[in-house]
Design a protein around this ligand. Structure first.
Ligand code: C2E
Ligand code: MG
Ligand code: MG
Ligand code: MG
Length: 290
């Protein structure tokens, strides 16, 4: 609120708050050079089909190596959103992820689906669809190997545009999922109007579900809602074997989380696919997480 009248009101901020602002301005300036300085890199986390026991997809997660440490996307994606840098950073992420997907297809993983997070500002950019189409063309990747993850936040502004963009993406043949499902404020009615393929059950429901009946009830309700709408379901943040067992029993399709694997760099992901991608029957209750 006070930002409208920055100078006059600045004195009323406590110093911790203004330090916070200064720090994020500095970070934003540094983020501006992160791409050209090669400071961004991608890691990938496998998604496991728990009915078929195989890796069906991977989620792309960006990392920023800055000043000798790794800055979390939780801290810099919001800055990239606010500054508009997300448009160029997002295009770089999509291109890298599609190139990696292409590499996996060439290795014989023809059905692999590489998921990429798309934040609201990126999604509402007028050239978003054209950019996605161009990247797929440049990389020569089939759209069926790509999934875009959007959050419920996207549905809350400009519904007309959202619908038209999603329909164009769907027509191109790629997959669409709702990330962090169950944590947003949007109405459920968008599920019947928008061409969504998959719900990603937010990790906050999974984390304690083994000793929390409310979490169990919410998860089970999301699974049956999704199933009755013909959507596929994946649970995020699966860390324990008890979670896997519970989700299997509910007939949830897929899981993602430290239990099976942390996000890893591309080379390690390829190794994981070669070693354990096809079969989880042989693993112990520790999963593959290390
Ligand atoms: P998200 O898309 O919901 O991604 C899942 C987050 O959960 C990732 O955090 C992942 O490392 C973490 N995670 C996975 N399994 C487990 C688990 O078993 N336990 C716990 N505690 N955490 C787990 P990360 O990589 O820090 O990313 C955080 C968020 O930042 C993402 O949430 C997404 O909203 C955003 N983000 C990350 N990469 C990108 C990107 O390339 N583009 C955009 N627009 N946003 C991104
Ligand atoms: Mg995601
Ligand atoms: Mg999520
Ligand atoms: Mg998220």
């Amino acid at each position: 609120v006070a930002l409208n009248n920055e100078h006059e009101n600045f004195a009323v901020y406590d110093s911790e708050f203004s330090e916070g602002i200064q720090r994020s301005n500095e970070l934003t300036d540094n983020l501006r050079h992160a791409l050209t300085n090669n400071e961004l890199f991608l890691v990938y986390q496998p998604q496991l089909d728990i009915q078929e026991n195989k890796v069906t997809g991977i989620e792309t997660l960006v990392r920023w190596k800055h000043d000798g440490h790794i800055v979390s996307p939780v801290d810099f994606i919001p800055l990239a959103e606010q500054s508009g840098l997300i448009v160029s950073i997002g295009e770089w992420i999509l291109t890298q992820a599609c190139q990696f997907a292409k590499q996996l297809v060439r290795l014989g993983y023809n059905d692999i689906i590489v998921a990429v997070n798309v934040s609201p500002r990126q999604f509402s950019h007028p050239q978003f669809c054209a950019m996605v189409r161009q990247v797929l063309k440049d990389v020569a990747l089939a759209p069926r190997n790509l999934e875009l993850e959007i959050t419920e936040g996207v549905f809350m502004h400009n519904e007309e545009n959202t619908l038209s963009v999603l329909q164009q993406l769907k027509t191109m043949g790629l997959h669409l999922s709702i990330d962090d499902f169950g944590t947003g404020y949007s109405s459920l009615s968008y599920l019947k109007r928008f061409p969504i393929d998959k719900l990603k059950i937010d990790q906050s429901f999974i984390r304690e579900c083994h000793n929390n009946d409310e979490d169990k009830a919410i998860i089970s309700t999301i699974v049956s809602l999704g199933k009755s709408l013909g959507l596929s379901l994946i649970a995020e943040g699966v860390e324990e074997l008890v979670h896997v067992d519970f989700l299997k029993e509910l007939q949830c399709d897929e899981i993602q989380g430290y239990w099976f694997s942390r996000p890893v760099e591309p080379e390690a992901l390829i190794e994981l696919l070669i070693e354990k991608g096809g079969d989880i029957n042989t693993q112990t209750s520790q999963g593959f997480a290390s």
